[in-house]
Design a protein around this ligand. Structure first.
Ligand SMILES: NC(=O)c1ccc[n+]([C@@H]2O[C@H](COP(=O)([O-])OP(=O)(O)OC[C@H]3O[C@@H](n4cnc5c(N)ncnc54)[C@H](O)[C@@H]3O)[C@@H](O)[C@H]2O)c1
Length: 256
C-alpha cells in the first residue's frame, strides 16, 4: 500500500542526488510532489523524468522571496502542503582557519538559512487545515560527529539539527500537528561525493576504502536508502516521532 497517498510534498534540491531519490520515492508512494531546483529548466527536466503530475518549481533556497512564491504556487495548485523536505545543500571542505568568508557564508546560507526560511514560509500553509504535517531536514553525519577539514559544513549541519529540535518543540507546544525531524546521512554516492573527489584529487578506490572504514557497515550508502528514511518520517507511520535525528550512516555516528 502506498504510504503517502493524499499528501502534497515539496522537495528542495530535487534535481539530483538524494533530493531526486526522495522525490522519486514520494511519487512512487502516491504523493503529489513539487520538485524544486535552482532553475526552472533543472526542475522541469527532473519533474518530467518522474512522470505526470510533478510540479516543477524554481527555488533558490537562499531567497526568501522565492520561498514565498513557491509556497504560493503550491497553495494555488493543490490548496495545501503536508510535507517539506529541505534537502538542498552544499559542502566545500576547509579547516576552520582556512575558511574564508565566502565559504562560511555559503554553508550558512544554503544549509541553515535556507531551511530556516523554508520552515517559516511553509508552516502557515502546512498548519492551515489541521492535517498532519511533516518537515524533514536532510542534515549530515558531519553535523553530529563534527569533522576536521569540513568546518563550516559541520557547523551548519549541527545548527540545522538544533533548528529541527527547536521547531519540533515549538510546534508541539502550540499544538500544531506538524512534526519536524532530521535525517542524518553518512557518505552517500552522489554528485556531492564525486565533487569532493575532484576537489581533493583523491583516487576513487582510496576514497571508497576510506569511507568504508568510517562506516562500520563497511560501505558507502545509496540515495535510495536516505529516501526510505525520509519516506517513513514524511508518512503517518511515524506519527509520534518528532525532533529526532534518524541516522542512515552505516553506524558512523556511533562508532567509537
Ligand atoms: N552525498 C553525501 O555523502 C551526503 C552526506 C551527508 C549529507 N548529505 C546532504 O544531503 C543533501 C543532498 O546532497 P547530495 O549528496 O544529493 O548532493 P548533490 O550535490 O547531488 O545535490 C545537492 C543539491 O542541492 C542543490 N542546491 C545547492 N544550493 C542550492 C540553492 N541555493 N538553492 C537550491 N538548490 C541548491 C544543488 O543544485 C543540488 O541539486 C545535502 O543537504 C547534503 O549536505 C549528503
Amino acid at each position: 500500500m502506498a504510504r503517502l497517498t493524499g499528501k502534497v510534498a515539496l522537495v528542495t534540491g530535487g534535481a539530483k542526488g538524494i533530493g531526486n531519490a526522495i522525490a522519486r520515492r514520494f511519487v512512487e508512494e502516491g504523493a503529489r510532489v513539487a520538485l524544486a531546483a535552482r532553475t526552472i529548466e533543472q526542475a522541469s527536466a527532473a519533474a518530467q523524468a518522474l512522470g505526470e503530475g510533478v510540479l516543477p518549481l524554481a527555488l533558490d533556497t537562499t531567497s526568501d522571496a522565492q520561498w514565498r512564491a513557491a509556497i504560493d504556487a503550491i497553495d494555488q495548485e493543490w490548496g495545501g502542503l503536508n510535507v517539506l523536505v529541505n534537502c538542498a545543500g552544499v559542502t566545500i571542505g576547509a579547516s576552520l582557519v582556512d575558511t574564508d568568508d565566502a565559504n562560511w557564508n555559503q554553508h550558512m546560507d544554503v544549509n541553515l538559512r535556507g531551511p530556516f526560511m523554508g520552515c517559516r514560509a511553509a508552516i502557515g500553509l502546512m498548519g492551515r487545515d489541521g492535517a498532519p504535517g511533516s518537515i524533514v531536514n536532510i542534515s549530515s553525519a558531519f553535523g553530529v560527529r563534527v569533522t576536521p577539514g569540513f568546518a563550516a559544513y559541520s557547523i551548519s549541519k549541527a545548527a540545522l539539527n538544533a533548528l529541527t529540535r527547536v521547531l519540533a518543540l515549538e510546534c508541539a507546544a502550540q499544538k500544531l500537528p506538524i512534526r519536524v525531524n532530521t535525517v542524518i546521512p553518512g557518505g552517500i554516492e552522489t554528485e556531492m561525493f564525486e565533487e569532493e573527489l575532484r576537489r581533493t584529487g583523491m583516487e576513487r578506490d582510496k576514497a571508497y576504502a576510506l569511507f568504508s572504514r568510517i562506516h562500520p557497515m563497511g560501505r558507502i550508502g545509496k540515495p535510495e536508502e536516505v529516501a526510505e528514511a525520509a519516506t517513513w518520517l514524511a508518512s503517518d507511520a511515524s506519527s509520534f516521532t518528532t525532533g529526532v535525528e534518524l541516522a542512515v550512516d552505516g553506524g558512523s555516528t556511533i562508532r567509537t
